[in-house]
Write a protein that binds this ligand. Structure first.
Ligand code: AMP
Length: 237
């Protein structure tokens, strides 16, 4: 099944073709159609499955390209300074940078403006980037809260919220900041939560943040092929 069948707009299809992507991965095939409709999503998937594009492509399309598919009611608006339209939360600086890079790649023909926010570095360049006006912010929770408290950023215009690697964010002690941040995002929004594992705490968080979510799950790409028999043989040194 080619990407075309997923009702993605031409500027996105062009970027995917340039990246050499031919067919959607299983998580993309399952997640993109409901995400494009604006539905909430609970995704059980690990890194390496293509989950970044699974949430990034629908965000780019709904934020920037809704008008291209004849949906004039959703003509894109320009983001005001410090007031992004989508927020993606990630546990680490490395993941946040990777997601930002992917958004730039997939959104390069869609005029998407993004920025990335994380702690451990000076905040001034991040504040400047926010003030220039960005559609999408990718952030680690702690620094984002700092910037919100200093009024450099407002979540009042956010209508798509993503939590990526939610289990890792919980492990790292981000549960309270996540709940604080989510409470600042308007209730009328799309929320997507991705996690490699689904322990009780993640289900509780999902219950609190998601509304009637579509559940999508894929087997990790790193899992063993079912037809390969495996055994362990202990040998002498
Ligand atoms: P992710 O799980 O989002 O970190 O993606 C894993 C890797 O797969 C990244 O290097 C992507 O560039 C790549 N990728 C994602 N989707 C596709 C696709 N449909 N076809 C080929 N490569 C892909």
């Amino acid at each position: 099944m080619p990407f075309k069948t997923l009702r993605l707009a031409a500027p996105i299809l062009r970027a995917l073709a340039e990246e050499g992507y031919e067919t959607p991965t299983p998580i993309q095939a399952k997640a993109i159609p409901p995400a494009l409709e604006g539905k909430d999503l609970l995704g059980c998937a690990q890194t390496g499955t293509g989950k970044t594009a699974a949430f990034a492509l629908p965000i780019i399309q709904r934020l920037k390209l809704a008008g291209e598919l004849g949906d004039a009611a959703h003509a894109p608006r320009r983001a005001a300074p410090g007031r992004p339209h989508a927020l993606i939360l990630a546990p680490t600086r490395e993941l946040a940078l990777q997601i930002d890079e992917s958004l730039r790649t997939y959104g390069r023909h869609a005029g998407v403006r993004t920025t990335v926010i994380f702690g451990g570095v000076g905040q001034n360049p991040q504040v400047k980037a926010l003030q220039a006006g960005v559609d999408i912010v990718v952030a680690t929770p702690g620094r984002l809260l700092d910037l919100i408290q200093q009024r450099h950023c407002s979540l009042a215009d956010v209508h798509v919220l993503v939590l990526d690697e939610a289990d890792r964010m919980l492990d790292m002690g981000f549960i309270k900041p996540i709940r604080q941040i989510a409470a600042m995002v308007p209730a009328k929004r799309q929320t997507m939560l991705f996690s490699a594992t689904m322990p009780k705490e993640i289900r509780h968080l999902a219950d609190a943040l998601l509304r009637d979510p579509v559940y999508v799950e894929v087997t990790p790409v790193a899992s063993a092929a079912p037809k390969i028999e495996q055994c362990v043989i202990h040998v002498a040194r």
